[in-house]
Design a protein around this ligand. Structure first.
Ligand code: 5RP
Length: 229
């Protein structure tokens, strides 16, 4: 709870509601994944806004949208997405993000790359000076995981396989997630370029090339709109 008594959950609700203003009626809308996005999906369904269809970044978001009667199409059917709306685990002063806490980073990056504009919705706890406070998610091909753990160790990070019900978690793509702690990512573009080239890495959770254009940040003073050049 913050000084004005709002919980993190309430701040997420505020930014989810504020994101409705960024939906372009009649156009395709990219939809991310996570608890903040769930609130956005609920708000979108309740708003009656008319989108051409949503393009989803995860099975979980697809199921939620369909259950609320929102139209969803495959990315393969779409050439251009007007706006992509998604949360983040961290966002810095330039709109560079860490994402993947919900294990959906690969599809999130793919859908974001096809959108004209990325609107990040986040509560103020996600704002950081330097990326690396939140464990960095990396989707990997399982056979490469031990070698990739050693490569992260060589750069000062400690990587571990994300677990679910006592087993390695499998993503929507049937791959695994490494969570890496102990990194200070001072050069997000360079870091994303480097790690993306390691054999066995499917997607690194640094979103530098697919950074946010706008962040709706939920704070004790209300929703701040941050626009990045
Ligand atoms: C999912 C993500 C989410 O956007 C990120 O984890 C933030 O989630 P939440 O809105 O639940 O805090 O990247 O892969």
């Amino acid at each position: 709870m913050n000084q004005t008594g709002q919980t993190q959950d309430e701040l997420k609700t505020l930014v989810a509601q504020a994101a409705l203003k960024h939906v372009v009626p009649g156009e395709y809308l990219g939809v991310g994944t996570g608890s903040t996005v769930n609130k956005f999906i609920d708000a979108l369904a309740a708003s009656g806004l008319n989108i051409k269809a949503a393009v989803s970044s995860s099975n979980a978001s697809t199921e939620r949208m369909l259950s609320l009667g929102l139209p969803v199409v495959a990315l393969t059917q779409v050439e251009r997405i007007a706006v992509y709306i998604d949360g983040a685990d961290e966002i810095d002063a330039k709109g560079f993000m860490v994402k993947g806490g919900g294990a959906a980073l690969t599809r999130e990056k793919i859908v974001a790359a096809q959108a004209d504009k990325f609107v990040c919705i986040a509560d103020v706890s996600k704002r950081v000076a330097v990326l690396g406070r939140f464990p960095l998610p990396v989707e990997v091909i399982p056979m490469a995981a031990p070698q990739l753990i050693r490569q992260f160790a060589a750069m000062g990070g400690k990587a571990s396989l994300r677990q679910s019900n006592g087993q390695a978690l499998l993503t929507d793509n049937g791959q695994q997630i490494l969570d890496v702690v102990g990194l200070q990512i001072t050069d997000p573009l360079g870091f994303e370029n480097t790690v993306s080239q390691w054999p066995g890495v499917v997607t690194v959770g640094v979103f530098a090339h697919q950074r946010a254009h706008v962040c709706l940040l939920g704070t004790a003073q209300g929703v701040q709109t941050l626009v990045y050049d």
